[in-house]
Each structure stands twice: as structure tokens, then as C-alpha cells.
Design a protein around this ligand. Sequence first.
Ligand code: NAG
Ligand code: NAG
Length: 375
Amino acid sequence: MLPLLALLPLLHLAAANVYQCHSKLLKGCICGKVYVNQETLFTVNCTNLMFRNTNMLEQLPEETQMLIFTGNHIPVLEMNVFGDEIDLSGLKVIDMSNNGIREIKGKAFHHVPSVERLILNHNNISISNEDDGNFHHPRVFSNFYNLQELHLTNAFADNTDAALANDLHDIFVNSNLNKLYKLHLEQNEIKFFKDENVFCDLPDLHDIYLGDNNIPSLNFNVRCLKKLRYLDLENNNIDKFRQDDLEAFDSLVTQNNKFTLELRGNPFRCDQAIRDLYNWLLQTKVEVREKDHLECHQAKYGNKYILNLKNLAVAKRAKVSQAVTILVIVLSLILVTLLAAYAYVKKDKVKSRFGPVFDALTRKVHYTTIESQDV
Ligand SMILES: *[C@@H]1O[C@H](CO)[C@@H](O)[C@H](O)[C@H]1NC(C)=O
Ligand SMILES: *[C@@H]1O[C@H](CO)[C@@H](O)[C@H](O)[C@H]1NC(C)=O
């Protein structure tokens, strides 16, 4: 009882830590210290406030360490979102998810050298648009010298797939994201990267999340990523890996002692490549998550089959021995039938050839019986 009572004032203190932000422009936003991810950060939280511009962000308290600005409606992030007046040298996290952002102006983010995590999930961003040169801003993340995590899950407009993938490379080359550790690009309908070295200018990249896209093969260079330890390719469109891809994965284990791969939900084809993949899985040091759930797809007689990789390998072996057994049985049956047919066709000949012998035998038996009767 006593320890609980002793905690009560602390709880009050925690609640009192959060308050309506003082600035008039930040009306509705909550300011105060929030405990997240094992640290306490002074947070400004402007969630679902129907803001239509970002003017109020020029009045952020200078102690702000985390900005949550989500669920508003901001089609364009204008130049210099935070203004020129404030010193945001303590700002570590920016979350601008779910704002319907379509365009980010080239110099939208200034004064963000200390930001470590930038989250732009669930927006509608067009980085590149052929009709409008203004949309092309390869330096959009260039001021994030200390960025470690970039979250771009479902961040881009649906129609930008090809152009997006092209521009990603320009963005990474031009942004000096030398400390970027984690990159989220899930749910963006990505198919191809124009430049297979798209991620090669991110020297500290450890984790790439590319799940829920339409990537058809390992169509980007992973060998250049000296620190890569995790690659998520779940739910893409991969139907096979080449031997060279598998070797590239193996080389990442050699570099980093550990490399983890997510491959579930890809439509692998049931062919020689899947056998190679299966054999590789048996001996590689790469950690492939849930490898027992990998499947391959096969079309046969107009039907589509989905086979579990493990079952496929077992079934292959079982099928072979089964086939041999069936073959032996069928051959034996044919042989017996042929012999029977032969005997039937030639039955008269057989009779005529063995008939006299038979008659002689019966006669002999006959005589012997008589003789023995005589005795
Ligand atoms: C921000 O505010 C929203 C709504 O008020 C709340 O649901 C969310 O948990 C808050 N986020 C943080 C990190 O405090
Ligand atoms: C995203 O933008 C496209 C056109 O660029 C538009 O058709 C679509 O409705 C937008 N989606 C959302 C959720 O704003």
C-alpha cells in the first residue's frame, strides 16, 4: 500500500508534464515530456487538428525534441517549414505521417541537423513529375546530416512507381545521408530501380524494408552495402533467384557475421531455380525467416498449384520411389498378360506337342495301377 501511495504524486507530476502549448498558433497541440522508446523527449503533438498549413511550426518551443504533426491536410510542404528564427538543435524526431503531402519543396527542411528519425508514412508524395519540373527535388533530405531512420512506408503517390524508383537514387546521392541506418520503403508499388546501385550511397545502411512492393527479382546491388544485416523482401513479386543473388546474400554474412532475409509471400516458380534455392537454404548461414513457409507456384493442366518448398522436396523424393514401384507393377502385369495371351493363342500347339507324352503318362499310370491290383 505504502509504495503505491508514494507513487501517486509522481503520477500527478507526469500528467502535469503535458499541457496545451503556449503559442496561439499551436492551439490544440499538446506540449510536454513524453516517454517513448526508452527515453523522455519534450514533445509537441499536433495530431488530427485539421491544420492546412505549417505556419504554426515556426513557433515550436526551442526545447522541442520530438514533433508529432500527423493527420492534418498539407498538400505542399513549403520552403523552410520551421522558419529562420528558431534554434531547433535539440530536435531528434519528426513525424509528419498521414498529412496528404503531395509535394515537398526543395528547401522545406532547414535547421534539422540533429534530427535522427524522419517519418513521412502514408502520404501522397510525387518526387518526380515529367509535366512539372518543380517536383524534382533530389536534395529534399540534404540537411539531415544525422538522420538514422527514414520512414517512407506508403509515402508516395501510387502513380509514381517508375519515376520514384529512378529519383530515389538521385535523392540518396545528393543528400549525404551518411548515418542512415534504417530505411523503410514498404507499400510503394516499387518494381524497378533505374540504377541498380540505388542504395550504394548510404554507407551505414543496416536495415532495408522493401516489403509489400512489386519487385520481381533482386534488381539492386546489395554487395555494395558493407553493413547490411537485414533485408525485407516480403510480399513482392519474386519468382526466382539467380545463383549470383544467393552468393551475394552469402557474402553479406561473411562481412557482418549475420544477415537476415525476409522472403515470405513471393510467387516462386516450381522449377530448377527453386531446387537451387531449396538446396541453398539447407546450407547457407543467412538467416531466412520462416523458411518453412516458403511456397512455389506451378501451373499444370490449366490448374494452379501452390506448393510448400519443404513438402515439394519431400514430395519429389516420394514421387520418384512411387513411380519406380508403379513401373515395376505395370511391367509385371504386362509380362504376365503377354505370357497368358501367348499360351492361349498357342494352346492347340501346346496340346499337340505335349499330348502324346500326356497320353503315355496316363497309360503308364493306368498299367501300374492294374499291376498293383494284381498283386
Ligand atoms: C499524440 O496525440 C494523439 C492524439 O491526441 C495520441 O493518440 C498520440 O498517442 C500522441 N502521441 C504521442 C507520442 O504522445
Ligand atoms: C493522391 O494523389 C493523386 C493524384 O496525384 C490523387 O488522385 C489521389 O486521390 C491522392 N490520394 C490521396 C489519398 O490524397
